[in-house]
Design a binder for this molecule. Structure first.
Ligand code: SDX
Length: 428
């Protein structure tokens, strides 16, 4: 047990217990700080605040470590699949073959969405962003599942989790097809998870999409690498909503909205748009990097930097290698990759980025793979959402199952006008 922390305020010293994690992280337990001292803490953006104790994912930002339930991301990327990794995150262990078959069977069982959902899709304008559709349709899909609307029930949770993981890719593919004015393609039980998603995205009513193993493996790896990442913005949002006892689908829908932002999951779309702009300008990246360093118009090197990783993002290294391999197998040369490689090489030697500990993150190379597969830029963050779904579900489950979980309700430091009298409108 770590020694208590001492805090002195107004000449009095108060002691607060220190909580120590299994990987040695220490946190000062200030849950009774206000009751004892009358003070609250202030930590805008929560850079120094632990909102929960979790067993799902561990990150060491200084050492570039990422582990799902203790298993290094490098080993999962090499030896596992997205569905097995989803099972690991949600249920806390890798599935046996029998468990894998059972869970895979549930994903197949729940792959179809209710036929009436088509009417919801018809309601969107053709230019609607697929993230707006995805968030809305996850909540709409929950309305067709009465058990989802009830209180958390461990007896049916695996079915709800399977429905959400399975249907998020059906909803995503339908949103894409709707935005392209194409007919929806129903899932097929003969396809595995990622194969089925590509089938629903790119098959035609009269001809199935050709599933190139290099493409299937690369996309499955992208889903796996995005599956969880401790208390990032969207996962914290899911926990926040779950803390009010809202249902799983409502919490996931909120997670989609948080992920959409260009500083978070929207960065993969922003990276490609940045690379394309550099290409259009005939810039080799050096002019753009100067704009970033001058903070010209808030220009940022998208796909670089991270709140936690102050060294390399292990996912970025894995995706960069997968990108090279897939493009090589497909015989594709993408000039955007050349620009990205040059930006990375230049930034990693530039004091501006070195001093601020800015390195490529998971989003810097993922878009180049997705673009090579033929997934449109606007769908990139939807791909991130499909990948992150198991992490959101695992965190939702932790909140729902923790007996003492209280509704998340931060305090604030009020800086508004002090009390003044109400003035009737005739006197204003
Ligand atoms: C994801 O949290 C997660 O785990 C997220 C994620 C996950 O799996 O869930 O890993 C996924 O969201 C990855 C990040 C994707 N976002 C981007 O690539 C957008 C570009 N990156 C930045 O916006 C930024 O790095 C953040 C948002 C990722 C982190 O921001 P922080 O921690 O709030 O850092 P900061 O804004 O305080 O930056 C510190 C300094 C500032 O400069 P100074 O004011 O000190 O001069 O670094 C600069 C920033 O201006 N800076 C950048 C930069 N990122 C930070 N300068 C140029 N380009 C950048 N990308």
């Amino acid at each position: 047990m770590a020694n208590p922390a001492k805090v002195e305020v107004d000449g009095k010293v108060f002691e607060f217990p220190v909580i120590e994690g299994t990987e040695g992280e220490k946190g000062i337990d200030v849950r009774d700080l206000r009751a004892k001292t009358g003070y609250i803490t202030y930590d805008e953006a929560y850079g120094n605040t632990g909102s929960c104790q979790s067993k799902v994912t561990f990150i060491d930002g200084e050492k570039g470590i990422l582990r799902y339930r203790g298993i290094p991301i490098e080993e999962l990327a090499h030896g596992s699949t997205f569905v097995q990794t989803a099972y690991l995150l949600i249920f806390g262990k890798l599935p046996t073959e029998a468990e894998r078959q059972h869970f895979s069977g549930l994903l197949t069982k729940y792959q179809m969405i209710h036929e009436d959902m088509k009417f919801h899709f018809e309601g969107f304008p053709s230019g609607a962003h697929p993230m707006a559709m995805l968030s809305a349709m996850i909540n709409a899909a929950g309305c067709f599942i009465p058990e989802v609307m009830g209180r958390y029930d461990p007896a049916v949770f695996e079915h709800q989790a399977a429905r959400l993981i399975s249907q998020v890719r059906t909803l995503a593919a339908y949103a894409y097809r709707k935005s392209m004015g194409l007919p929806s393609i129903y899932p097929k039980r003969k396809y595995m998870y990622t194969e089925n998603f590509l089938h629903m995205m790119f098959s035609e009513p009269d001809e199935d999409y050709h599933l190139n193993p290099a493409v299937v493996d690369a996309l499955d790896l992208i889903f796996l690498l995005h599956a969880d990442h401790e208390q990032n913005c969207s996962t914290s949002t899911v926990r926040m909503v779950a803390s009010s006892k809202a249902n799983l689908f409502a919490s996931a829908s909120a997670g989609v909205c948080a992920l959409w932002g260009p500083l978070h999951g929207g960065a993969n779309q922003a990276v490609i748009e940045m690379l394309e702009e550099i290409q259009i300008q005939g810039d080799d990246g050096s002019r753009f990097l100067e704009r970033v360093k001058q903070k010209d118009g808030h220009a940022k090197l998208m796909g670089f930097g991270h709140r936690v990783y102050k060294n390399f993002d292990p996912r970025a290294q894995i995706i960069k290698k997968a990108c090279d391999e897939m493009l090589g197998k497909l015989g594709i040369h993408d000039p955007l990759l050349d620009i990205a490689l040059k930006l990375e090489a230049t930034a990693l030697k530039d004091p501006y980025f070195i001093e601020r500990k800015l390195y490529p993150n998971v989003d810097f190379y993922s878009g180049i793979i997705l673009k090579a597969i033929g997934i449109p830029t606007e769908m990139f963050t939807v791909i991130f959402a499909i990948g992150r779904m198991p992490g959101w579900i695992a965190n939702y489950k932790e909140v729902a199952e923790s007996g003492d979980s209280r509704i998340y309700r931060p305090r604030q430091i009020y800086q508004g006008p002090i009390q003044n009298p109400y003035v009737p409108i005739e006197q204003r």
